[in-house]
Write a protein that binds this ligand. Sequence first.
Ligand code: MRU
Length: 349
Amino acid sequence: MEPIEWRDGKVRFLDQTQLPAREITTETDDPLVIVEAIRTLAIRGAPLIGIAAAYAVALAAVPPVAAGKPPGTAADRVRGAMELLAGTRPTAVNLFSALGRMKETLDRCAGPAEIAPRLLETARAIHAEDAAMCAAIGRFGAGLLPADATVITHCNAGALATGGIGTALGVITTASSLGKIRRVYVGETRPLFQGARLTAWELSGSGIDVTVMTDSSAPYLMIKERVDAVIIGADRIAANGDVANKIGSYALARAAADHGIPFYVAAPTTTIDPSLPEGGAIPIEVRAAEELTFSGTGRIVPGGASVWTPAFDVTPHEYVTAIVTENGVNRPPYSFHAEDGGRPGGGGK
Ligand code: MRU
């Protein structure tokens, strides 16, 4: 199932907050619905956030037919949508690289009639390019894994998070198609369970042996069993190879280093932010307290306790064995430049 598609002037997307219990698709021509979907993680995963934002900008350019759509010129509506989208999630740089590209397209339009078709063309290109990048990452990454591999992944860096087969999961499914994967372990990924809900759903749907564990089980697993690799996606990679990804990635990297297990990061170059020299400069999103204090509708933290809810952490480059992009396998020392990735800047809040 495609996590997002443009069909007949509307965007259809899968509500990932409902998986695996329900496969609910929402169809909209309202960019504000996409803004909200990104905020609530109905649409999530760095590359998919960028693709969705691009489609939302394309929707904003279409002349309003329904009451309630914001008035103004196409260019005004597009700029307004871009501002709202830029405020949704600060860490994944793909959002800002996609918005940057949409803005360049807007700036190149010769007149108002060009805006809607040209923006849609760019959004479609961003989507198609991501699919192609995932396929290439899958091929390069699969080459890193030994035969009969047991791997650990974290969060969800699969088809649900991208325009194609996924990044870390694209590597795993490509390696599996070559007969190289024995078993995949995935941390449940607190607090929102993207590993338990989404990665387990994708892998079991592909017939791959997947075992869900609590996030804190990984170091013990490394003692108990042979683990051949840890492979994760990324939300933003600084010029020196420091990697922001879902909270818990850093602990996994440290445990992998202690056990001599390679720690691979798979990401398209649109996730690289060469404008940030190191990971300390990456803005880290803090999520709403309720995502931790409640499990479903039940309160699990007493009202008197404070909570801390960073959505991401930064793994220092010295723990990263290789960074796989669509261009190949990068090994340390990492030194990414503008030509290696995304568009500089963005989201530096
Ligand atoms: O909060 P999320 O679910 O958007 O976080 C997603 C991740 O951390 C992924 O690992 C990352 O975006 C890469 S997705 C290919």
